[in-house]
Design a binder for this molecule. Sequence first.
Ligand code: BJW
Length: 266
Amino acid sequence: MTIRNIVILTGAGISAESGLATFRGPDGLWEGHRVEDVATPEAFRHDPALVHAFYDARRERLGTVEPNAAHAALALLDAEWPGELLLVTQNVDDLHERAGSKRLIHMHGELTSGWCLACDERFSWEGPMAPQTVRPEPVEGLSLSSSEMQAFDKLRPNGSVNVCPSCRAIGHVRPDIVWFGEMPYEMERIDDAIRGCDLFVSIGTSGAVYPAAGFVQIARYCGARTLEINLEPSIGSTSFDESRIGKAGELVPVWVAEVLGRNAAI
Ligand code: BJW
């Protein structure tokens, strides 16, 4: 079978070897909370401080990790593949783009993006987002000491506080992340690419969350060959033509070398 159009779906497992926790593994709880408890609009309405703390901690962690061999191999494939290619990631980290991937969709949003609920604008975001990290306005007779000022400034690198850079509303910026019950981004583009691909590859995802978990069935129905690369068989493993079981950092470079017709030392 000649392959021209490739769609690759990635999940948390591809970033595990970079040191980012997966959601449903043994380290998948965050301070005792399941992702289903903190990644919903209801959770954000009920306890915004908790949800901000979850994403602030992950945004901070992002600055301490690097792309791994699997991200690098997919970036190489993107650079060298002459046909159509689309990398659809469920991950909200920025390791694919830091590795160099260009043809990329973040279907579940991005940690480094904010969304203002007051004016509906989206913008890039660094540092914490929790409103309590705003340095208090000076109040007559009650001034902050310089060490207190420094402590607040440390909490807001590059001056980021929960102020919308577009409309200046305070406290209305939420993480630009797709939570349960919300529509993932760019579904039409993703659907078109899956229906038109000859090869669909799923890497490092458990297959527990829809619509991503259903992509393999659409690809198969439309005649694509399907491959999964995962540490263990995913929930939908039997839907794939082929499963390669092992670490993404080891198996993805080998697969990319095969596709590019090279030996495995890439
Ligand atoms: C390695 C490795 C290594 C480890 N190498 N591998 C009932 C039935 C069916 C569906 C529903 C239902 N009730 C509700 C729904 C819909 C719901 C859903 O799917 N719920 C399920 C819980 C059942 N979905 C939604 O609500 C979505 N929206 C939606 O459906 O809108 C309507 C719609 C209709 C029609 C078309 C389109 C849309 C939105 C889902 C939003 C998901 N958001 C989250 C959190 C936000 C992002 C964040 O905070 O990071 O996204 S949940 C969380 O799970 C996160 C992930 O992107 C997502 C998937 O997890 P992932 O990546 O698979 O991670 P893990 O941990 O589960 O798996 C890691 C895998 O890696 C494991 O298998 C390991 O073995 C492996 N691994 N190390 C290779 N080194």
